[in-house]
Ligand binder design. Structure first.
Ligand code: SF4
Ligand code: SF4
Length: 358
């Protein structure tokens, strides 16, 4: 809805701009576009901060008259939250995905208001999921924060940090620490930005992304323009290959995976929450279907390394490199394992597509 926001989270990749939102669209046009597809859509309203959008509650009212909405929010604009709670039917709201952003919330002295807003919504029957981005610098305080909010009836759901920190790529770099953070919420820890390049995906028909000016893209990752709701939008007819090497979100619900690819996805998801036994089982099933697949070999190497079996890890990394000698991930894993430093943490491969590797 907008990239503007009233918060200034340190790890945010949007410009920290809190001037009034001036670029708006008539909600009736968005509703008309969605209605014309003949489907009931789940419309995720996100930002920036959607509650600072002019007449936000009116937009929600229009959309919920024929579709379901979800809202991604920091839940800090108390007057609008109150209006939302009073005017919108909780049955038409999938959920409110509420980001706690603990350091920023404390900086703006918004903890008490947050608790009041969350309790108001829960009392009205809205489902709220309060998520906590477990940036590596917050890992030490995470549990204490969970306990504090639980004492106010608010459950915290950990959300993996995605990105680079001190030269390491997250969420994969949580490694064994992931058990402590995501042990009770494995489904959260498993949210990984896979490489689905070449895999058939129904995004463009079952998943769309709309920008504040009404431009409709195939999905959040693929910026192929399908039109504009103020004019005309032509959706894809069926599955088309993914053209991106990193799927930022939700692709897993829309891709059509082979059996091999499904095992690779399982293996990675178990690996990132440090369920190493299940992960190995999944990669072994994948490797049985496509013996020598370099990504599966690399990942079996990572699991062997985690188990302390350096020789076995090296065998797998070497095997991956024999298939793709210039792959920088495989090279760095093999070199790291060869140097055999205790702190070395090899990285898993997120490539899913079997066709590219045959
Ligand atoms: S609340 Fe979200 S959009 Fe706003 S600054 Fe924080 S991360 Fe960025
Ligand atoms: S796999 Fe992800 S990035 Fe690729 S088309 Fe599907 S939703 Fe988009």
């Amino acid at each position: 809805m907008t990239r503007k926001c009233n918060f200034r989270c340190e790890y945010c990749y949007f410009p920290h701009d809190n001037t009034p939102v001036t670029e708006t669209l008539p909600a009736s046009r968005i509703k008309a576009f969605l209605d014309a597809t003949g489907e009931t859509w789940k419309v995720g309203l996100t930002g920036g901060e959607p509650f600072i959008y002019p007449n936000f509650v009116d937009v929600c009212e229009v959309l919920t008259s024929s579709h379901i909405i979800g809202v991604d929010t920091n839940l800090s604009v108390s007057s609008k939250v109150k209006e939302f709670a009073e005017r919108i039917d909780p049955e038409r709201v999938h959920n409110l995905y509420v980001a706690l952003h603990i350091e920023e919330r404390e900086r703006v002295k918004g903890v008490d208001a947050f608790i009041r807003n969350a309790q108001l919504l829960m009392d009205k029957g809205f489902e709220i999921i309060v998520n906590y981005v477990v940036h590596p610098t917050l890992e030490d305080r995470f549990q204490a924060d969970c306990d504090f909010y639980a004492s106010h009836g608010i459950t915290i759901t950990p959300r993996p940090f995605r990105g680079e920190h001190e030269g390491r790529r997250y969420p994969e770099a949580y490694g064994d620490r992931a058990q402590a953070v995501f042990g009770d919420h494995p489904e959260q820890g498993k949210k990984v930005a896979f490489n689905f390049y070449g895999v058939p995906c129904s995004a463009g028909r079952t998943l769309l992304r709309m920008e504040p000016d009404g431009t409709v893209f195939r999905c959040p990752g693929d910026k192929t323009v399908l039109g504009n709701v103020m004019d005309e939008v032509t959706l894809f007819e069926g599955y088309e290959p993914c053209i991106k090497k990193r799927c930022p979100c939700r692709g897993l619900d829309h891709v059509q995976l082979t059996e091999f690819e499904a095992h690779m996805v399982d293996g990675v998801q178990y690996a990132v929450v440090a369920d190493n036994e299940q992960s190995r089982a999944a990669f072994e099933l994948a490797a049985a279907l496509l013996p020598g697949d370099p990504c599966a070999e690399n990942n079996l190497g990572v699991l062997a390394w985690r188990q302390g079996d350096r020789e076995e890890a090296l065998r797998h990394f070497d095997s991956a490199l024999r298939s793709v000698p210039d792959n920088t991930l495989y090279v760095s894993n093999r070199d790291g394992a060869e140097a055999a430093q205790d702190a070395f943490d090899p990285q898993i491969c997120l490539d899913v597509n079997s066709d590219l590797k045959k």
